[in-house]
Design a protein around this ligand. Structure first.
Ligand SMILES: Cc1ncc(COP(=O)(O)O)c(C=O)c1O
Length: 440
């Protein structure tokens, strides 16, 4: 690839630029061929064309100022209301849309921080997080000056309640549980956490970024889903991503609070700017209206029946993956609730196996503690289950026969990271990785 590091003096015809884009796109993971297990949520070509139409219609509008675009105000408020009802928040629950799960999480942490300061005078806030919770919470802790207390999980990857209890003190503002967590697709004991939070008068956030637009439909399909939403007394906020299992365009999530009073602590207002009175719901200023409109349009185009159809099919695909993984002799971790699962190899180096899977064209999500491979299963993966499971079996047999390859490829890097005597060295390595990411 030719490097282009400075603004060209003169423009290139758009048709030529488009050709270059199409060619550069060739090197990317072939998610359309089901080669990726996260990052992309594609319901069908028909639905994607529909999303593009809607997004294009609202391509230039700005969700920053609904005064200028009343249709966007309608879309956002209705999306939030639909989500709040799906999550059993009723008429009292209140929220906003955000650009994604991380922003929803950040807003919930900020709102609880400001609530705890205003109502209890807590100046050094702390929140208690299972180690499996998404790093967006650590980011929120870092950005908003809230101390993150990490607690262990049990052998089923669910948060250890006794450890949570022991970590609560007078500065605790928030407990967090996932429904489900990303690494293994496992639910934390939300009812127990919420009961504990309520008894201490503190907040309880359920991170349903993955499950918010999945679990209500799985339950309707007859799957046993433990209570995880506002039906649980003590839950004060939830995050749920539309751009994941809601199958909308990227840049769309909701954060919902038990009531408007708590949501008030999320907002930012400024009265002194010479540019005029300013009020903003979340981190971003300008907000792409396309993703707000696409979320609304998707909820209406699919409706409950559409989601049920989609999840009925997807659960069949998940069943086939599970069967193939287990038949290969690999072990599925814990009791995953829906369409995310992870597996480990008891008698082989799973990173050696992953290296071989990558050489076969799969984009592999590797995990550590325990060493495992993650699958976020979507409709795009349905046609390739058999191929994946055959490659998996072969790669697993290969890894069992070649433990010496643990010293090569990415397996060597994961091995090294696991053995580093000083864990802060891993952060240094990650900072270097970020620098490299911006090298042209
Ligand atoms: C459980 C969970 N929470 C939060 C996030 C963050 O979402 P986003 O990547 O949209 O910012 C993710 C992303 O995978 C997630 O799985």
């Amino acid at each position: 690839m030719e490097n282009k590091t400075q603004l060209p003096k003169s423009g290139t015809p758009r048709s030529e630029v488009l050709k270059q884009l199409a060619s550069l796109h060739q090197v990317d993971t072939k998610w359309r061929e089901g080669r990726a297990f996260s990052l992309v949520y594609h319901e069908s070509d028909e639905h994607t064309d529909f999303l593009k139409n809607v997004y294009t219609m609202y391509f230039h509008e700005n969700g920053l100022n609904p005064g200028a675009f009343p249709s966007i105000k309608k879309f956002e408020s209705e999306v939030v209301s639909i989500a709040a009802h799906l999550l059993n928040g009723g008429e009292k629950a209140a929220g906003t849309m955000t650009s994604g799960g991380s922003e929803s999480v950040m807003m919930a942490v900020k709102a609880h921080r400001d609530w705890a300061y205003a109502t209890k005078g807590i100046k050094q806030p702390e929140m208690i997080l299972p180690i499996t919770v998404h790093p967006a919470f650590d980011k929120a802790a870092h950005y908003f000056g809230v101390k993150a207390i990490k607690v262990a999980v049990d052998s089923d990857q669910k948060v250890d309640l006794n450890a949570v209890k022991a970590a609560i003190n007078e500065n605790t503002i928030l407990l967090v549980g996932s429904a489900p967590q990303y690494p293994h697709g496992i639910m934390d004991p939300i009812e127990d956490l919420a009961k504990l939070a309520k008894s201490k008068g503190i907040g309880m956030h359920v991170d349903a970024c993955v499950g918010g637009f999945m679990l209500p439909f799985l339950r309707k399909l007859g799957r046993e889903i433990p209570p995880f939403d506002f039906a649980v007394d003590g839950v004060t906020s939830m995050s749920a991503d539309l751009h994941k299992y809601g199958f909308t365009a990227k840049g769309a999530s909701v954060v919902i609070y038990k009531d408007k009073d708590l949501r008030r602590y999320q907002f930012f207002v400024s009265k002194d700017w010479p540019g005029g009175l300013f009020a903003s719901p979340s981190v971003t200023g300008t907000r792409p209206a396309g993703s707000i409109a696409a979320a609304w349009a998707t909820l209406h185009a699919l409706g409950e029946e559409g989601y049920l159809r989609l999840y009925r099919d997807l659960l069949e695909t998940v069943k086939k993956f599970r069967a193939g993984i287990e038949a290969a002799g690999l072990h599925i971790i814990g009791n995953p609730v829906g369409t995310i699962l992870s597996y480990e190899a008891k008698d082989a180096n799973i990173h050696v196996m992953a290296d071989l899977m990558e050489s076969k064209g799969w984009f592999v999500d590797r995990q550590m503690n325990p060493d495992s491979i993650h699958l976020t299963i979507t409709p795009a993966n349905a046609p390739i289950v058999n191929q994946y499971c055959a490659d998996l079996k072969e790669s697993y047999e290969f890894a069992k026969a070649h433990p010496e390859l643990g010293g090569e490829g990415m397996a060597a890097m994961y091995g090294m990271v696991a053995k580093l005597p000083d864990p802060t060295m891993v952060n240094q390595f990650l900072y270097q990785y970020m620098d490299q990411r911006y090298e042209t």
